[in-house]
Ligand binder design. Structure first.
Ligand code: GDP
Length: 296
């Protein structure tokens, strides 16, 4: 499992600190250095790591802690809280209402798993009584519509797209209108994958967003993206109003920490993680259980 190594390293650092006879400045610093190293090795953004370490030192002011205080517990709790803080933007994702038509737009880099995730997201909600539909507004990548069509057919989800229309804005608008008429309550719009450098594609994504008026924009990010994650996520957020993040390929061997930095870059919560290629390999993401599991 991705990040298992990171969790192991942090737990070991905390254990070593716990084993020390006296917890003084030196022991705390050693522990924090170990944790910092582990987070950076896992590709968590440098600034987030530095802030976390500074915050813990502030919270755990050893000189002010009267004798009798359980310093070990206080340090462990501070590490747990700060890890949660990295992953918690402080506001929940916009809640969609079953039975009311909502439009959700998916954005992300090409190859991030966006199209696969659109179907997983639709399937997840379909199983819970929603009436989802998929719109392929990716006119950039050859085969994108076929892929979405195949996935949608497998999951028995209605879909919309075109082999001849080259304007993604028109497809998005037509698709949304069609499914609103059919009383679908979760209309999912898949867009072309793009890179930070591709200004024209970013502009196209912005136009799709303006025309389709999504209630929620979900940013999909591959867990293996590494240190580039923060800048990429921020570039998306600057073009469209990202409201939630989904991290894919958490089943792989990637370090994973980079993608976690997307929360800070987009100021949006991670709502799901992808854990495989299949439709049902998709889990709801909750910060506290995730961090508890990470620390073992
Ligand atoms: P897009 O270009 O962003 O639309 O990416 P695709 O949806 O085409 O996915 C790219 C590749 O990643 C495909 O081979 C998917 O099967 C694979 N993929 C997507 N999500 C996951 C995941 O959570 N785990 C694994 N192992 N593979 C995934």
């Amino acid at each position: 499992m991705v990040l298992a190594q990171l969790g192991g390293s942090i737990s070991r650092a905390l254990q070593q600190m716990s084993n020390a006879t006296i917890i003084d400045e030196k022991v705390l610093n050693e522990c924090l250095n170990e944790i910092t190293r582990a987070l950076l090795q896992a590709d968590v953004q440098f600034k987030l790591v530095r802030d976390m370490s500074t915050n813990i030192k502030k919270i755990v002011n050893l000189e002010d802690l009267a004798a009798g205080h359980n310093k070990r517990r206080i340090i462990q709790q501070a590490v747990y809280n700060e890890l949660c803080k990295i992953l918690d933007p402080g506001k929940p994702a916009f809640t969609l209402k079953k039975g009311k038509p909502s439009v959700v737009m998916f954005v992300g880099l090409q190859g991030s798993g966006k199209t696969t995730t659109c179907t997983k997201y639709a399937y997840h909600h379909q199983k819970r009584g929603w009436k989802p539909a998929l719109v392929c507004a990716d006119t950039f990548r050859a085969g994108a519509f076929d892929q979405l069509k195949q996935n949608a057919t497998k999951a028995k989800i209605p879909f919309y797209g075109s082999y001849t229309e080259s304007d993604p804005v028109k497809i998005a608008v037509d698709g949304v209108e069609t499914f609103k008429k059919e009383n679908c309550d979760l209309i999912i719009v898949d867009t072309s994958g793009r890179h930070k450098q591709e200004a024209a594609l970013f502009e196209e994504m912005r136009q799709v967003s303006v025309a389709a008026k999504p209630d929620l924009v979900i940013f999909v990010m591959d867990s293996s993206i590494g240190q580039a994650a923060f800048d990429q996520a921020q570039a998306f957020r600057q073009s469209v109003a990202v409201g939630a993040v989904i991290i894919t390929k958490m089943d792989g061997h990637a370090k994973g920490g980079g993608a976690l930095s997307a929360v800070a870059a987009t100021k949006s919560p991670i709502i799901f993680i992808g854990t495989g290629e299949h439709m049902d390999e998709f889990e709801v993401f909750d910060v506290k259980p995730f961090v508890s599991r990470l620390l073992g």
